[in-house]
Write a protein that binds this ligand. Sequence first.
Ligand code: NAD
Ligand code: DAU
Length: 351
Amino acid sequence: MQTILITGGAGFIGSHLTRLFVTKYPDYTIVNLDALTYAGNLNNLRDIENAPNYTFVKGDITDMKFLQDLFVQYQFTGVLHCAAESHVDRSITDPLAFVKTNVMGTATLLQVAKEAWKGDHDNKVFYHISTDEVYGSLGEEGFFYEDTAYDPRSPYSASKASSDHFVRAYYHTYKLPVKISNCSNNYGPYHFPEKLIPLSINNIINNTPLPVYGKGENVRDWLYVVDHVRAIDTIYHHGKIGETYNIGGHNEWKNLDLIVELCRQMDKKLGREAGTSEKLISFVTDRAGHDLRYAIDATKLKDELGWMPSLQFEEGLSNTIDWYLDNKAWLEDVVNGHYKAYYEEQYNAKA
Ligand code: NAD
Ligand code: DAU
């Protein structure tokens, strides 16, 4: 029996993680705490919102008193910490919002868990979900390993690096039972259409330009989101306390090649002549400080815990496109902002 706090469970990765834990572990109590920022969408969780082992709570991880009360109420045995500001472009225009949520929010959550657990760490886990961007930017060769020195270069990655350091500091100083994973770029259903893949899918559907930053030569390592949350499940239950695990897809794509592949698949699925969507590609001003290449070495996770990605990229991308084509209402609700009304309808109507 466990009672687990998932933060940011209404976001992209958090909703997949919440779904996995609610359905796979009916004996666990899962509490999803989310502030419902622009990125939080309860429509992501419609299929499990009435599950008997699931509760949603609206709240902010920077609010210490609120967190203290929540820990008293639920006596959490585990924390899966996903809540964050996650978009690099937004961190360039509003860096302090990232310091507040990612640094202060994580430090507040750590402090509250430390106080609540009072040194009794039996069967407790504080799991921090982080990113490969903390390691900086690679040239054409090489990989990020768990012991690669941190070299964050955007306000987003600097805030995530800082939060990772706080998590390790609580382990070394207070013996808080922490685990950290650093993952590469995720893609899949429920991805907010400000990020490259869902934004491009939406624009191809609507025949609008596909903005490619710079020359489209930056490289990302893409992993299907369901494989990411499978890895989190494995590490949460079997990973060693105090350790870091890298998670990646061994699946590097130059942005331009990825967009061309997306156009190819979508032309086929939409019954458009081959080459139609590629004409929408539009080169735009590069992202400031744009990291050239990320590539994760996930050997430790494979050798120690047996995790491997289950999906090849072509299949994962095809599933993702199909999901967006089958769920145009979800996409439209996000684009026109209607998803924000759902909390009021679903939760305040019941209150
Ligand atoms: P997301 O932006 O889709 O979701 C973030 C969620 O956190 C939203 O539901 C939002 O409402 C919530 N949130 C934001 N501020 C909050 C606050 N102050 N209090 C409570 N909730 C708050 O993000 P995502 O892409 O699902 O990323 C989840 C985590 O995984 C982040 O920590 C991110 O750094 C990390 N990560 C993401 C990727 C990726 O490719 N998306 C890859 C590696 C790691
Ligand atoms: O590597 C993990 C990270 O991946 C996560 O920690 C972040 O939360 C997540 O947002 C993602 O960051 P990126 O900056 O890599 O993702 P994004 O989808 O914003 O951009 C992917 C690449 O595509 C990047 O090189 C910038 C480029 N891009 C992006 C957008 C939105 C474009 O060329 N055009 C676009 O319109």
